[in-house]
Design a binder for this molecule. Structure first.
Ligand code: CA
Length: 250
């Protein structure tokens, strides 16, 4: 599998390329956004957001405008705004520096599986036998959430969620159908007293909806919060009584 790494910092790129090659990936390296955009189309793009010649977000946007190539962003810890923007623009996932090659390889495999099922051949993760067999999983309609392994299956197929998306989903799944206030979700999936941009939450909700394949999985209760409902379930005409998830003062 041919991977294009767009990263200006050789101290990051060097070990990363070496590690990825050990895992059998063919890695091409671009040190600028322009070089990355003019490289031959790879099977996967690893995109550093902090590039010398242009904003990594613009590289992401340009890549996505012309091709469905899977994109994994490489971000610094304090890059949350860029990260959510990148996901909104169609990046598939991200890793935060510092990260290990194994973690990145796991993300590459998960993203590839989601983008083109079967593309990696019959690896252990793609075995059909494992798809439905998640005994400890919580089931909500066609969705199976395994908190122990942090795996999510939809109609028996794994879906790859970014860590925050998983936390967001499990928060909503604590009490399916019940409304979770925005504050409650931020406190649970982010951290108590999170004071960052609350647009972050909306961006992650949008990304999660996209991955669930049907936006009606997550219902927006205007001005209050969200609730998780299987799309096939009959919708109650009125708002259900508040579940234990609603605890905020607003
Ligand atoms: Ca950089």
């Amino acid at each position: 599998m041919r991977v294009l790494l767009i990263e200006d910092d050789d101290r990051v790129a060097g070990p990363l390329m070496e590690g990825l090659r050990r895992f059998g990936f063919a890695v091409e390296h671009a040190r600028t956004g322009a070089a990355g955009l003019s490289a031959p189309e790879p099977a996967m793009v690893l995109l550093d957001l902090g590039l010398p010649d242009m904003d990594g977000i613009d590289v992401c946007r340009a890549l996505r405008a012309r091709s469905p190539v899977p994109i994994i962003m490489i971000t610094a810890r304090d890059d949350e705004v860029d990260r959510v923007l990148g996901l909104e623009l169609g990046a598939d996932d991200y890793v935060s520096k510092p990260f290990g090659v194994r973690e990145l390889v796991a993300r590459i495999r998960a993203v590839t599986r989601r983008a083109r099922p079967g593309a990696l051949g019959a690896g252990p993760e793609t075995g059909a036998g494992g798809a439905g067999g998640t005994p400890g999983a919580q089931r909500i309609g066609a969705l199976a959430i395994d908190r122990r392994t942090r795996q999510v299956h939809l109609h028996g197929s794994p879906i790859a969620l970014a860590p925050k998306e998983f936390d967001l989903l499990t928060c909503l799944a604590e009490d399916p159908g019940a409304v979770c206030s925005r504050r409650q979700i931020l406190d649970t999936a982010w951290e108590p007293h999170y004071f960052g941009p609350t647009k972050t939450l909306d961006v992650h909700i949008a990304a999660l909806r996209r991955k669930l394949g049907d936006s009606s999985w997550i219902e927006n209760i205007r001005g209050i919060g969200f609730r998780l409902v299987p799309p096939s379930a009959p919708h109650a005409a009125s708002t259900p009584p508040p579940g234990p998830c609603v605890g905020g003062a607003r």
